[in-house]
Write a protein that binds this ligand. Structure first.
Ligand SMILES: Cc1cc2nc3c(=O)[nH]c(=O)nc-3n(C[C@H](O)[C@H](O)[C@H](O)COP(=O)(O)OP(=O)(O)OC[C@H]3O[C@@H](n4cnc5c(N)ncnc54)[C@H](O)[C@@H]3O)c2cc1C
Length: 436
């Protein structure tokens, strides 16, 4: 009853806002302000609530829905539903933490303020930037309007992921084309995971003999970490998948089902491919609010210390996840490991002590290679494998598929977002008897 009563009071105060707050333009102040309520933002707000008390924490996030993006790979292949990937933002927001349902328009770290799109200003003592990255479909001629046509989809956005599954189901015969853009991306494995799943689906439905499966990537490699790339090259050879390196999608003529690629090694040389199915991974870039602020590095990413995630020039600002310039692969798994480091950094800074926990760049990519197999890539800043289990993870395994499809979503909703999961580091130590 006491808990229920305090919950009720908390809710009422949350609705009313802090003392002195009215709904017109005004200044609100929080000890800890989190901008962005995605994977990094929600998990850090849960941790900050524990550290500082809910009343001292606010999250600025405009979206009504929160999505577990990694499962979109399986949604695009029809193995999970889109509905299963989302929950309301209200339900994942730690109770008592103030949710400011607006979009950040400007961050001014010199005055410790943030301005939102409804004209309000919020001031902070400490700021965590967790704004994610920006998708740029519009940088490909013919997109995003091309998505109004059939035969084309993208697992990278909530609006287009189900179109991938539709295009796959409607496939009759011809080219199934998968792309990787000429920019940094989140989850660098996802552009090819959907190719392996499509191959498996077309085999299952007896259409594979009528399909040319083509992976056109801007990269000079199939995957950045050699140990896993070697296994993936074996798979593409065995399954007769055509991989073309240094090919960048620049235009989609969706009415004619044509995709235009430039050869990055021969400027000016382009190639037109007819498609029966096209999966687009869009170009990506820094979050525009970060890019337009003094917090950005030259390329536009949030400029943080790679060891402790504290901003390099503004010591009361911290960053996490896809918006940062941390030199590791951008994934939710990386976010999980970063939450534990950032928690420790902030607790030290609050005590005027030097941060001492160091992030090793841990990141992970479950490379889905069929409807029941996964290669679980895990590695660090140096591109060295940092595997959790004492087995060779470069091998395709059923157990790892279950990890990806069933265990990880659970860990996300009930562990990471509640600030209780800081990555598999402790388990890795245990499984390797303290040797890793
Ligand atoms: C198809 C796909 C497959 C993936 N597969 C995997 C995988 O297998 N494993 C894995 O670990 N990771 C995977 N990822 C990557 C993972 O989802 C991201 O790396 C992770 O979500 C990053 O968390 P984040 O908090 O940095 O950004 P996000 O979770 O994207 O959150 C950013 C938040 O900021 C908000 N925001 C943006 N602009 C503003 C603004 N101006 N004001 C206020 N709020 C704003 C957004 O609404 C959003 O809620 C995948 C992603 C995709 C799309």
């Amino acid at each position: 009853a006491v808990r229920l009563f305090s919950l009720l009071i908390g809710r009422m105060m949350q609705e009313a806002g802090p003392p002195g707050w009215t709904s017109t333009a005004c200044l609100r102040h929080y000890k800890m302000l989190v901008v962005g309520g995605g994977s990094g933002g929600i998990s850090m707000s849960a941790r900050m609530k524990r550290m500082l008390g809910a009343e001292n924490v606010a999250v600025v996030e405009p979206s009504e829905m929160h999505y577990y993006q990694p499962i979109w790979t399986l949604v695009g292949a029809g193995a999970k539903t889109l509905t299963s990937s989302g929950r309301s933002t209200a339900s994942v927001m730690p109770s008592g933490v103030k949710w400011v349902k607006s979009k950040v328009q400007e961050i001014n770290p010199d005055t410790n303020t943030v301005r939102t799109d409804d004209g309000n200003e919020i001031s902070y003592e400490y700021l965590i930037v967790a704004l994610g990255l920006q998708l740029h479909f519009e940088k490909i001629k013919g997109l995003p309007e091309g998505f109004e046509h059939p035969k084309i989809g993208s697992n990278y956005s909530v609006q287009t992921v189900e179109k991938t599954w539709k295009a796959l189901q409607d496939f009759k015969e011809g080219n199934a084309v998968f792309t990787f853009p000429n920019t940094p991306v989140k989850c660098a494995g996802a552009p090819q995971k959907i190719m392996y799943l499509s191959d498996a689906f077309l085999r299952k439905t007896g259409k594979r003999a009528k399909a040319n499966i083509i992976y056109n990537t801007s990269l000079p490699v199939l995957f950045g970490i050699k140990k896993y790339a070697d296994s993936l090259w074996d798979i593409v050879k065995q399954r007769d998948l055509q991989v073309n390196l240094r090919q960048n999608l620049i235009e989609v003529r969706a009415d004619k089902q044509e995709a235009v690629f430039e050869n990055l090694d021969k400027p000016g040389e382009t190639k037109v491919l007819e498609y029966e199915m096209l999966h687009v991974t869009p170009p990506m870039g820094p979050n525009l609010v970060v890019q337009g602020s003094p917090l950005a590095d030259e390329a536009g990413w949030l400029d943080v210390n790679k060891d402790n995630l504290q901003h390099k020039r503004y010591p009361n600002v911290f960053g996490i996840g896809d918006c940062t310039n941390l030199p590791t692969a951008k994934t939710g798994a990386a976010v999980a490991a970063q939450t534990a480091i950032l928690n420790s950094t902030i607790s030290k800074v609050l005590k005027n002590e030097k941060p001492d926990k160091i992030y090793d760049g841990y990141t992970s990519c479950p490379l889905v290679t069929s409807y029941n197999t996964v290669i679980l890539a895990e590695f660090d800043y140096n591109g060295q494998p940092l595997e959790t289990f004492p087995i060779n993870q470069a091998k395709e395994r059923r157990t790892m598929y279950h990890m990806k499809a069933d265990v990880m979503p659970h860990l996300y909703w009930h562990g990471l977002l509640r600030g209780l999961w800081g990555g598999p580091g402790p388990y890795r130590k245990l499984f390797h008897l303290g040797m890793k």
